[in-house]
Ligand binder design. Structure first.
Ligand code: FES
Ligand code: FES
Length: 157
């Protein structure tokens, strides 16, 4: 008999049922249970931002969210951005500005940057830097990342 529990989530606009172990993390459910490998595991301790997703409208570090806590919630991952028309504006700006090197931090950066610029809020350079301070890029491509976020967010100079 399995000791797994069944979770019902709304993921990227679709209802998903998934089995999870009681102590599993949302990150594991997304990557292994649902095959959404765009969400990355870096530190596993809430320090690097590579695993961030939107849960019920808020940015969360999925490595620190117990799977059981996510039951019934609505999740958006990097796979949920854009659509048939193509990439969303932040993804496109990262492409245009060459803001991804190895790409490991990129999904988390884009999720965090979109949350930062939510509602068309215009951000200045310092605000973007501060807003993305929890997202680490091991390739240290910060200048291009900031340029992409400024471009997509319509930031003030
Ligand atoms: S893997 Fe979650 S914050 Fe680093
Ligand atoms: S592009 Fe490699 S970690 Fe950021």
């Amino acid at each position: 008999m399995s000791d797994q529990v069944e979770l019902l989530l709304q993921v990227n606009g679709a209802a998903r049922r998934v089995e999870a172990w009681p102590l599993e993390r949302l990150l594991d459910v997304l990557r292994h249970g649902l095959g959404l490998k765009g969400t990355k595991e870096g530190c596993g301790e809430g320090e690097c931002g590579s695993c961030v997703v939107i849960m019920d409208g808020k940015l969360v570090v999925s490595c620190l969210v117990p799977a059981l806590e996510a039951d019934g919630s609505s999740i958006t991952t990097i796979e949920g951005l854009g659509g048939e028309a193509g990439l969303d504006s932040m993804q496109q700006a990262f492409v245009d500005e060459g803001a991804a090197q190895c790409g490991f931090c990129t999904p988390g950066m884009i999720m965090a940057a979109n949350a930062l610029c939510q509602g068309g809020r215009t951000m200045d350079h310092a605000s973007i830097r501060e807003g993305l301070a929890g997202n680490l890029c091991r390739c240290t491509g910060y200048m291009k990342i900031l340029a992409a976020v400024r471009k997509a967010g319509g930031a003030r100079p």
